[in-house]
Design a protein around this ligand. Structure first.
Ligand SMILES: *Cc1c(COP(=O)(O)O)cnc(C)c1O
Length: 466
């Protein structure tokens, strides 16, 4: 046994060997990893493990250092065709927008400072003018996300009071956000009306009593109803609320500006923000990083007197947004105002036409090794982000197969998994791997081609070894 343990390197020798291979490592971290290594190496030797040269020991320590310090968050290729994909980071910023906001993030700024008066101001003012110009909104408030907006609004106006909601709109969305639960936790009392499939205006009228605070409408976001159905439009809800001196509130989920070219897609299925704003609602909220294409945020607009009340709620301090959010939203909204929506990646992707998508798919197919039999095919992509759940956008994809590679045990499932392990998220459909061009960004085609080239070479190598 004594003999075996002789092979364990001395700490200082191992440290020397490590720094000979890589001089740019944080010393305290290396030291603690060396200690861990020596313990596990001793155990390995005692249970009959192989002896290692000191260079190999050093390599192992460096490898565990790199595993630890490697960044967990990494860029992926979204080839699913789902534009606003929450699991993949929702809305993407264009490099142009990031360039615009970079000086604000890397320098001091006037986030809460009035330079003219030399005194403190409010962080929300930076967005007020933009919302006024775009929507004619009296005032605006921004919180961390739309879920927070919903909670803040219920808590401010309906704590201990009733909120009237249609049973058809008691939704659950991803991440276990359920309207009835949020309402309960905020202190509001849920007053359900109607049935799952039908709710009439008279249901709202009959539910109103002296303890009613609010008439609430929620966008159905991720499901659709058809057949024998009826829901009450927001216009009628706003009118009734104003007659009875109540607050009306629409949780729009994924708000979007319909001004620029969405006539043939979104606008057919969902009201745009401008149309909702024209109804002169009490309060509306929506996400900043769904179809709007900006940063994660919950954007609330509506009547100034009500927004002032929201600002007085202590909760707002806990839901407060950072300069990053305000800067990114300001740049995004400016792009809308100046009608430069190509700067907003989400809009750019949603508006890509079939011809462009076909051409881009052909470009991708030409880059992919022919062993994968790349074929350009028409397909359906989705906006995602809780908008148009039952409607698709026509798109084009490259279908790849693994027929030639079956001999190496590579079927379509394995191919999809291989791509995924290398950061390319594709779609499996009718036992083909699809790479949808709608969601591919600059450089993605080359990255996909390089990964497939690599896979092909690996298989050829294995072929030669046989
Ligand atoms: C997405 C969504 C939310 C939550 O928005 P986040 O910005 O993800 O917090 C709330 N309500 C509806 C109707 C939604 O679609």
């Amino acid at each position: 046994m004594q003999n075996i343990l002789q092979h364990i390197p001395k700490t200082d020798k191992l440290l020397q060997a490590i720094y000979a291979q890589n001089s740019d490592l944080n010393y305290p971290l290396v030291k603690s990893l060396v200690a861990d290594f020596l313990i596990s190496y001793k155990e390995r030797l005692l249970s009959g493990g192989a002896r290692l040269e000191i260079e190999s020991c050093a390599k192992e320590v460096i490898k565990s250092y790199q595993n630890l310090t490697q960044k967990s968050l990494k860029p992926l290729v979204n080839a699913t065709g789902i534009v606003v994909h929450t699991n993949l980071g929702r809305s993407v910023f264009s490099p142009v927008i990031v360039q615009e906001i970079l000086p604000l993030l890397t320098r001091y700024n006037n986030l809460e400072y009035d330079e003219a008066k030399g005194c403190r101001s409010e962080r929300y003012v930076h967005l007020q003018g933009l919302f006024k110009a775009l929507l004619g909104a009296e005032d605006v408030l921004v919180v961390n996300n739309n879920a927070a907006a919903v909670f803040l609004i219920f808590n401010t106006f309906a704590k201990g009071k009733e909120v009237v909601v249609s049973r058809g709109e008691l939704i659950e969305i991803g991440g276990s956000f359920r309207i009835p639960k949020v309402m309960e936790d905020s202190g509001a009392i849920l007053r359900e009306i109607g049935t799952t499939n039908k709710t009439h205006l008279r249901d709202y009228q009959e539910a109103i009593n002296e303890n009613t605070a609010m008439l609430f409408k929620a966008h159905k976001s991720n499901y659709a109803m058809s057949g024998f159905v009826k829901e009450v439009g927001f216009e009628e809800i706003v009118k009734l609320a104003s007659e009875r001196n109540l607050v009306d509130y629409y949780d729009l989920g994924s708000g979007y500006f319909g001004l620029n070219g969405f006539e043939n897609s979104l606008k057919k299925f969902e009201p745009a923000l401008e149309e909702i704003a024209k109804l002169n609602p009490s309060l509306v909220s929506f996400s900043g990083d769904k179809l709007l294409g900006g940063a994660q945020a919950g954007i609330i607009f509506g009547k100034k007197v009500l927004i002032d009340k929201l600002k007085k709620n202590q909760l707002l301090r806990m839901l407060r947004v950072d300069k990053f959010t305000i800067a990114a939203l300001e740049a995004t909204l400016n792009a809308y105002l100046e009608n430069k929506i190509e700067k907003i990646t989400t809009c750019h992707l949603l508006l890509k036409d079939k011809e462009t998508l076909k051409k881009e798919s052909q470009m991708l197919a030409d880059l992919i090794p022919k062993e994968f039999e790349p074929k350009v095919i028409p397909t359906k992509s989705y906006s995602g982000g809780g908008a148009m759940p039952s409607h698709y956008l026509e798109s084009f994809a490259v279908a790849i197969a693994a027929k030639d590679l079956v001999a190496f045990g590579l079927n379509e499932e394995r191919l999809e998994k291989f791509l995924r392990a290398r950061g390319i998220i594709a779609r499996l459909e009718n036992s083909a791997v699809l790479l949808d061009s709608r969601t591919l960004l600059e450089g993605d085609r080359e990255r996909i081609a390089a990964v497939l080239e690599d896979l092909k070479n690996q298989n050829h190598k294995r072929d030669e070894e046989k």
